[in-house]
Design a binder for this molecule. Structure first.
Ligand SMILES: [Zn+2]
Length: 456
């Protein structure tokens, strides 16, 4: 039985109640009215499952895409902008009504979480990124106090450590509950600096939340070792979309927030998938998005969809990588991703002999201390009449390979093994002779930048 045929889970039942209002509200927007005009089934969308009758949209397409969406009866009050894959900035507006609705939802979720934890202490939220971003993604709007620890320069880090040296962050709070959030790289730099300064006992966060980029297992393990009392939370979110997903400690998959609808579509069409790799499409629900609601928005992320025992009847996913970074080949009658960038990065990180990028571009000693993504690149060469397709993986070693030829050869074999292990599709393509894997090691760090899996 597929997810859509199964009895909907509790989240889908709540979303089903919000879908009719979402569609009615969106019909007042000229863009959607015109886009949906000739779609059969578009007039009868009443549930999450019915959303499949509606076309998929992007930032700029079709016909201007989300960039031209604006509800005539709402006033934009908040402006956020991000740069898209194409590099031109994308403008995202929110109305006061939706900001208020979202804030109320997050407050009530926070209150319930606090009840479950049986925790009455006031919360102090420390973050390396601005409140607006995490306000959208993790609900920091509902905490009592927040402190932004910008980590742009060495002075910022010195200031952050200075704050932690104080006996109390706020004069009236003797024993607050500390939450810490930031990008994975910032969290790792901060944790390392706090550890080096002998201040780990001062900080002791209850939760450490990684957002805006992928938290690899290696980084997660480091944070868990620095903060043994903390729950390490890994969020999937996009700055332009209300709602995201949290990685589950039990099943390892991402489960989505109730106020956003996840759907996974086939790589070569708009067929809904209940298993396998596809495109992640998100729908924001009314009243949490009002001025510029995204309905069936293609996130640009590829995911593998599962039905997890944690959330029967719901879509749960493993992240595969950005569509723009993933070559596809035709194999056994379907489109197949040649490799999985996120799993590949994790696999390369498991090998300490591979060189890593510096932890931070501008803060000493992290500008030279390795610890960010491995320096590696994957280049795909399509099949030619005389040769099969080829994936060329270049990885920079942390030692001089010409001085240690035996170790270099051993490492090459291990890189090959972990790369194939990170992607079942590549393993199958290589075994079938459809795509060869060619691993190249070099000691020249100019050969490859740190391997990024998010961003554009
Ligand atoms: Zn789970």
């Amino acid at each position: 039985m597929s997810i859509t045929e199964a009895v909907p889970g509790p989240k889908t039942r709540i979303r089903n109640k919000l879908v009719p209002g979402t569609i009615e509200h969106a019909r007042a927007i000229p863009y959607y009215r015109e886009l949906w005009a000739d779609r059969p089934g578009a007039t009868a969308v009443g549930t999450v499952a019915d959303l499949t009758a509606l076309p998929v949209v992007g930032k700029y397409e079709p016909a201007g895409g989300m960039a031209v969406v604006g509800h005539p009866d709402r006033t934009p009050s908040v402006l956020m902008h991000s740069s898209g894959t194409t590099g031109h900035p994308f403008t995202r507006y929110r109305s006061a009504e939706e900001v208020q609705e979202l804030s109320a939802l997050l407050s009530s979720l926070n209150a319930r979480a606090r009840e479950r934890m049986d925790e009455a202490r006031p919360i102090v939220h420390l973050s390396t990124i601005s409140k607006r971003h995490h306000g959208n993604s993790i609900g920091a709007l509902a905490v009592e106090r927040s402190v932004t620890l910008g980590l742009l320069s060495e002075r910022d880090l010195v200031k952050a450590l200075g704050l932690l040296r104080r006996p109390q962050l706020f004069p009236d709070l003797t024993d607050p509950l500390i939450q810490l959030s930031g990008t994975p790289d910032d969290l790792v730099v901060l944790a390392h600096a706090v550890q080096e300064a002998g201040l780990l006992d001062q900080l002791r966060p209850r939760t450490v939340t990684a957002l805006a980029d992928y938290l690899t297992d290696g980084h997660r393990d480091f944070l868990a070792a620095c903060f043994p009392d903390a729950r390490i939370v890994h969020r999937y979110s996009l700055s332009e979309v209300v709602g995201g997903a949290t990685r589950c400690e039990r099943c390892g998959l991402f489960h989505f927030d109730v106020h956003v609808v996840p759907q996974v579509l086939s790589l070569d069409g708009e067929q809904s998938l209940t298993s396998g790799v596809g495109r992640l499409v998100l729908t924001e629900l009314f009243p949490f998005s009002q001025y510029q609601p995204f309905i069936r928005y293609d996130t640009g992320d590829l995911v593998e969809v599962f039905e997890s025992p944690c959330e029967p009847g719901e879509v749960s996913v493993a992240l595969v990588g950005r569509r723009a970074h993933i070559p596809l080949v035709e194999h056994a009658g379907r489109q197949v991703p040649v490799f999985r960038p996120i799993a590949l990065r994790g696999a390369l990180e498991s090998l300490p002999e591979l060189q890593r990028g510096p932890m931070h571009a501008t803060i000493a000693p992290y500008d030279v201390l390795p610890g960010s993504a491995p320096r590696a690149k994957a280049e795909f060469h399509p099949a030619t009449p005389g040769a099969p397709a080829r994936l060329e993986l270049t990885a920079v070693t942390a030692f001089a390979p010409h001085l240690f030829p035996r170790q270099a050869e051993e490492l090459r074999a291990r890189v090959r093994e972990v790369v194939l292990g990170s992607s079942p599709e590549l393993r199958e393509l290589a075994a079938a002779g459809v795509c060869e894997l060619d691993v190249r090691l070099t000691g020249d760090r100019r050969a490859a930048d740190p391997f990024t899996v998010r961003g554009a």
